[in-house]
Design a protein around this ligand. Structure first.
Ligand code: ATP
Ligand code: MG
Length: 730
């Protein structure tokens, strides 16, 4: 017999236990705070079952078509294997969109969106998951077709409404969902066409506006005399990123969004546009771009994107190559498959040009030498190739370049070339940056710039109403937050999250109550402080994981974290919405929920701790073996951040040598960095002089090719240094 708590799981915290008079489920004795065993009868203490409750949810049923026939063809064992793979993939998709797999039904799965955690947009998430599951099935189906010669197809049905969720009966059955709405979801699945997704009327109503649906159809379903109206799901325009668990409705920005939509129209008609979106951190640049991208996707237009990072990834080409890889559709392919795809897409380009492009995209076959072409010619040919590809493209596209204030010089100049032909294409380019950025991408000839102002008072109030709810007890806090956030939506969100974590706000998002006196409530003064306070509340393991991740970059994998000697603890970070899982297969990948969270996590670490992580990371990247030269600049960055200046110098020089034949601008960056490191070495370092001379020699030999007056200054320095070396030798 085990002891149980009377009350909900919420009660299982610290001193609340005695305060609420929790009793042993075995002998009834009142339990003391922190008891793991009843002090009277020694029965182990376990949390009581979560009480059943009503929730608004969307239920998803996915079932394999003709599974009996498949079993007859391939045998039960192979069917089991196929089902296991399908269920794994479907489960990953469900999780990705915040749902829970309720059960395996034998031929498929049942999943729920909106329980146990309430989700405002449960229906949209379920739609995204349904389409994602169908995509996975198509992928798996192709493999199965090759191997077993059978067609693997799935029907998916969705229905939304109120259900009862909770643990039923013995705990073996676990947490589940019951109610007539569940049955209705199953009926929707049964009337879906193979490969299709069918929505009940209630789901269709909830997702109207964010999805493309087929015409209403009347169908007969079991258990109903009257035909019911259903609609087939065709596409979803909302993007997963825009519907994070905290996703709030877009407030204001109508004029900006209309402008983006108008620019999109103009682009599609053949007068491609470049739109810059400028504004301080957290004001809503990325959000506006996501909304714009959703409009484009809703019209069947492809969106390709890349992002820049604040440090450690300031590596030539990365940002540009990421966009090109996305546009070529090779992000998830292995190198050989990626090369085949690129080859097929660029039609009649010459072999040498194709090899140059493979090299730029980082998918070169190591067994094939890169053509020995002068780097200037190489740059011209690559630019011509990329521009002619973009001119030849008749299907409209949207290219997104996020956070240009962190762009590396080489990507910046590649993009500047790329943007020159955009007005003659059917494509639109959206570029976000903070106001301090004055580089080439902020000064594109003919570009439209949208400078985002703070939200108005009424827009901020509407946002806070949505976050906090309308209980009279939160009115004071609402005014306090509105005043502090000053129209910055991210700041407002972070303050609310922080207050909820501190327990100042109780209840759920959108329905908080506040018992505290407003005069006693402290609110962080800056957005950075709000984030820092939330990070501080993490327990040690989670914080360590976040810190290590911040050193890796905006996106990171569990493997890399493990290579840094951390035992990654990600669940609390995902729950606190500090990071999001952005990829499930083939291996899990996470991303910071917002770039600023990464910046704060990075900057709040002790320099010595951070340095150790940078050093380990450099070693981890180096030990991966493949593409060490390509990663030389990245390794150098990490070593420099670790304070290992001599080692960093060596890698900068190696990176310069690697880039020299590829892109002079990139090589110059590396040698400049090496020169700067050599300059700050201790004066009594015996190698200092030689180390100062070596990169300057390279800079002078190649600098004339760049359009900057590097060579002149460096040449004089080189003369002086050589003279000094000569003196020394004498
Ligand atoms: N107009 C808006 N209405 C409601 N929420 C918004 C609005 N604009 C932004 N948000 C929310 O505020 C948060 C911050 O916005 P966003 O990430 O777009 O900022 P940003 O300007 O890109 O910041 P950074 O410069 O740091 O990248 C996001 O959660 C976003 O969904
Ligand atoms: Mg942003």
């Amino acid at each position: 017999m085990v002891a149980g708590f009377r009350g909900t799981r919420h009660d299982v915290r610290g001193d609340e236990m005695t305060a609420t008079g929790l009793a042993c489920g075995s002998c009834g004795t009142e339990l003391r705070a922190g008891d793991k065993f009843c002090h009277e009868c020694a029965a182990p203490v376990v949390a009581a079952a979560k009480p059943a409750e009503y929730k608004q949810v969307t239920v998803l049923f996915a079932d394999v078509v003709h599974s009996m026939d498949i079993a007859a063809t391939v045998g039960a064992e192979r069917l089991r294997e196929i089902m296991a793979q399908l269920v794994d993939r479907a489960t990953a998709v469900v999780k990705q969109f915040g749902g829970t797999v309720d059960k395996f039904t034998g031929d498929g799965i049942m999943a729920v969106f909106g329980a146990p955690l309430a989700l405002e947009d449960h229906a949209v998430r379920a739609c995204l998951a349904a389409l994602g599951i169908q995509d996975e099935t198509v992928r798996l189906g192709a493999e199965v077709k090759d191997r077993d010669g059978i067609d693997l197809r799935l029907r998916v049905g969705l229905n939304s409404g109120q259900v009862i969720v909770g643990e039923i009966g013995s705990s073996a059955l676990g947490y589940t969902t019951i109610g007539e709405q569940v049955g209705m979801a199953q009926r929707m699945e049964s009337v879906a066409p193979p490969g299709g997704v069918m929505l009940s009327e209630s789901t269709a109503r909830l997702v109207d506006g964010t999805t493309a649906l087929g015409e209403p159809e009347l169908v007969h379903i079991r258990g109903s005399d009257e035909p019911v109206r259903v609609r087939r799901l065709v596409a979803v325009s909302a993007q997963p990123g825009s519907i994070g668990p905290s996703g709030t409705r877009l407030r204001g920005r109508q004029w900006e969004l209309n402008t983006v939509a108008a620019m999109l129209d103009r682009s599609v008609s053949g007068q491609g546009c470049v739109v810059g979106v400028a504004g301080p951190a957290g004001i809503g640049k990325s959000r506006l771009v996501r909304e714009g991208a959703a409009i484009a996707r809703g019209r069947g237009i492809n969106v390709f994107s890349t992002f820049c990072e604040s440090h450690a990834s300031d590596v030539p080409f990365h940002v540009a190559a990421r966009l090109l890889r996305d546009a070529a559709g090779i992000t998830d392919l292995d190198h050989a498959a990626a090369r085949a795809q690129v080859r097929a897409r660029i039609g009649d380009a010459g072999d040498e040009d194709v090899l140059l492009l493979y090299d730029l995209l980082g998918i070169r076959d190591p067994a094939v030498a890169v053509p020995n072409i002068d780097p200037d010619a190489r740059r011209r040919r690559l630019t011509a190739l990329i521009n002619s590809m973009s001119l030849a493209r008749t299907a409209p596209a949207v290219y997104v370049i996020e956070d240009a204030h962190w762009i590396d010089e080489v990507s910046e100049s590649l993009f500047a070339d790329f943007l020159t032909v955009i007005p003659q294409t059917h494509s639109m380019v959206l570029i976000t940056y903070r106001p301090e950025y004055r580089g080439a991408l902020a000064q594109v000839h003919g570009a439209q710039t949208l400078s985002l102002a703070p939200l108005s008072d009424s827009e901020t109030t509407a946002l806070l109403d949505e976050l906090l709810g309308s209980d009279p007890s939160v009115a004071g806090v609402k005014a306090l937050i509105a005043g502090r956030a000053a129209g910055n939506p991210f700041f407002a969100q972070e303050i609310v999250r922080g207050l909820a974590e501190r327990g100042v706000l109780e209840g759920e998002r959108g329905a908080y109550i506040c018992d505290a006196d407003v005069a006693d409530v402290s609110v962080p003064a800056t957005l950075q402080a709000a984030i820092a306070a939330r990070i501080d509340r993490l327990d040690a393991d989670a914080k360590q994981t976040l810190n290590a991740a911040a050193v890796v970059g905006l996106r990171f994998t569990v493997e890399l974290l493990a290579a840094l000697g951390t035992d990654p603890v990600l669940d609390p970070l995902v729950r606190a919405e500090l990071v999001d899982q952005v990829r499930f297969t083939p291996s899990a990948e996470y991303a910071f929920h917002h770039p600023l969270i990464r910046t704060v996590a990075y900057e709040s670490q002790l320099k010595a701790d951070r340095a150790a992580l940078h050093r380990q990371l450099a070693a981890a990247i180096e030990s991966r073996g493949a593409a060490v030269d390509e990663n030389a600049a990245l390794i150098a960055e990490h070593l420099e951040a670790a304070g290992d200046l001599r080692a960093a110098y060596g890698w900068h020089m190696r990176s310069g040598a690697w880039s020299q034949s590829r892109d002079v601008a990139a090589a110059l960056v590396s040698w400049e960095r090496a020169a700067r490191i050599a300059d700050v070495l201790p004066a009594d370092d015996a190698d200092r002089l030689a180390m100062r001379i070596a990169p300057r020699t390279r800079l002078c030999a190649n600098g004339w090719r760049s359009h900057k007056p590097i060579a002149g200054k460096r040449f004089e320095e080189l003369q002086d240094l050589c003279a000094a070396a000569g003196d020394r030798r004498r």
